[in-house]
Ligand binder design. Structure first.
Ligand code: ADP
Length: 506
């Protein structure tokens, strides 16, 4: 049963602020104008709902912004998640609006105890958002368009204006357009907007027949929604937001020559685009206090700690603990180049010998899932896979593995390689995007990881061979682990860049 406190429904303005919100706004903003109120709008936010890095990032940025003295909040759809069932909520707003000729009611609920370190609001739209999964439904375009309209509708009746509305990925990409150009939300046109691209492969394309869903707007502004004769929410946000960021500097550069059709747009809009590298939430991803693993460890105890976790993992999957353990964790999609891994595993066993273990965790393309399952019969205690999503297992794998494979064709930032380094696991990455910005090859001065050029079976198998050799030199291997664990991938530096960006919009 969903636990909802009813008392919070009073007058409109109290609905939007809630008493707990009024206090920080007056205490911070009225006494120190440097502090800002930033509203993040996203389809994912850890630990409420996460499908990948977007969830991790949106779950972390507000926490760190609040620690820096600002007021950051998150607004997201209300899915049927465990988090929803296990926490207390207050209703802060009820509204009605329309998506074309579809009139709907929506309810905004707020997590009652500030459990996450920031105010979390969920928008409930009966029949559209209250589903078990985040994505993957035929009507995803309707769902996220309705969510965005409900958000802007709610924002439009706030009695104060936030300093910045920060939207993430294409699911929220129509918000800058709606705030600036839809007649009924005209008074929001001066609220600055920031758009962060976590992944430009998915753009939310919709046919122009769906334009009737949007609240009425100047028809001569249709070009701001369009890219190559479709409504393209990602392109629209790049055009309409005041600032655009992406999650690493290298990826920002790459978008100008490889962005699934938007290259010319990124070239044209480069003046307002910046790359800000993601950090990792060191409170969630810390092997010394990780609640998902039983044998915690620190830099000092890394070798013993990892061995205990590796033993646990190998026992669970029937693998040989004596051999180096290579893992892959991620979505089984073309971008991640997971499709080449079955051949890499086969080639490695054939050419290098059965001197290593492989363990795969992921889900996605059914053909790739079938390929990984199809390898199970050839396992001689040196290969296994878990097809599905499993947060706890992912933590144990970062802790217990020796090497993490990331042959990604496209990697805007990549968090896995940063988590793996924090857990003393050597990342093996393709030289692209955020991987290029975070991993230095062991052969280069100050290096610690393994870097290769191409997402090809040959290049990755060669990297596996290098890794097996690296593993033999126990002293050097242990030194690399310690070196990586001491690297700083925390959010503090990146948060300062976001704050500077927000301040430039005031
Ligand atoms: P992306 O956002 O492109 O999927 P990232 O590297 O930015 O990739 O983030 C991936 C996040 O999702 C990491 O936290 C990773 O551990 C997690 N993850 C991906 N697939 C799974 C899975 N099958 N089970 C558990 N965690 C997963």
């Amino acid at each position: 049963m969903l636990k909802v406190k009813r008392k919070a429904i009073t007058k409109n303005y109290l609905l939007f602020f809630g008493v707990s919100n009024i206090l920080p706004i007056f205490s911070h903003k009225s006494f120190n104008p440097k502090f800002m109120e930033i509203i993040h709008v996203s389809a994912e936010c850890y630990p409420v709902a996460k499908a990948g890095g977007l969830g991790d990032v949106v779950g972390a940025i507000p926490k760190y912004l609040n620690e820096a003295g600002h007021i950051a909040k998150v607004v997201m759809p209300m899915y049927r998640t465990k988090f929803l069932q296990n926490n207390e909520w207050e209703v802060v707003h009820k509204g009605s609006t329309n998506m074309g000729d579809y009139f709907f009611d929506y309810t905004v609920i707020k997590e009652a105890t500030n459990k996450l370190g920031f105010d979390l609001y969920l928008i409930d739209i009966y029949g559209l958002l209250d589903r078990d999964k985040i994505y993957g439904y035929d009507d995803d375009s309707n769902r996220f368009t309705a969510f965005q309209i409900a958000f802007v509708d709610w924002l439009s009746v706030w009695l104060h204006r936030p300093d910045v509305v920060h939207v993430h990925d294409h699911h929220t990409g129509l918000i800058p357009f709606m705030m600036k150009y839809c007649y009924r939300y005209k008074h929001l046109a001066t609220v600055p907007t920031v758009f962060t691209i976590h992944n430009a492969q998915y753009q939310g394309w919709m046919g122009w027949n769906n334009s009737v869903w949007l609240p009425p707007y100047d028809t001569w502004k249709t070009g701001l929604l369009d890219w190559q004769d479709t409504i393209n929410p990602l392109a629209s946000a790049v055009k309409c937001a005041d600032r655009v960021t992406t999650v690493s500097e290298s990826y920002m550069e790459e978008l100008r020559y490889m962005s699934n059709g938007l290259e010319a747009l990124f070239e044209y809009e480069r003046g307002k685009c910046t790359g800000i590298l993601n950090g990792i939430d060191a409170k969630v991803w810390d092997p010394a206090v990780d609640t998902y693993i039983k044998d915690d460890y620190s830099v000092k105890t890394v070798d013993e700690g990892k061995l205990k976790n590796k033993t646990r993992l190998c026992e669970q999957f029937g693998l040989d603990v004596e051999k180096p353990l290579f893992v892959f964790i991620g979505r089984l999609v073309g971008e991640k180049a997971a499709d080449i891994l079955p051949a890499v595993i086969g080639d490695s066993f054939y050419y290098i010998g059965r001197r290593m273990n492989f363990l795969i965790l992921g889900s996605g393309d059914p053909a790739v899932e079938a390929d990984f399952n199809g390898l199970m019969p050839i396992s001689q205690g040196d290969y296994s896979c878990y097809i599905g999503y499993n947060e706890a297992l992912s933590h144990l794998m970062y802790a217990g593995a020796d090497f993490l494979l990331m042959p990604s064709r496209v990697e805007p930032c990549g968090l896995n390689q940063m988590y793996s380094m924090r857990y003393g696991t050597v990342p093996m990455v393709r030289n692209t995007g955020g991987l290029r910005d975070t991993v230095i090859d062991i052969a280069a001065p100050g290096g610690y990881g393994i870097v290769f050029e191409n997402a090809s079976v040959g290049d990755v198998s060669h990297a596996v061979w290098r890794a097996v050799n690296m593993y033999q030199n126990k002293e050097q291997f242990s030194a690399s682990r310690k070196q990586m664990m001491n690297l700083d991938f925390s959010w503090e530096k990146s948060i300062q860049q976001y704050i500077t960006l927000y301040q430039s919009l005031k």
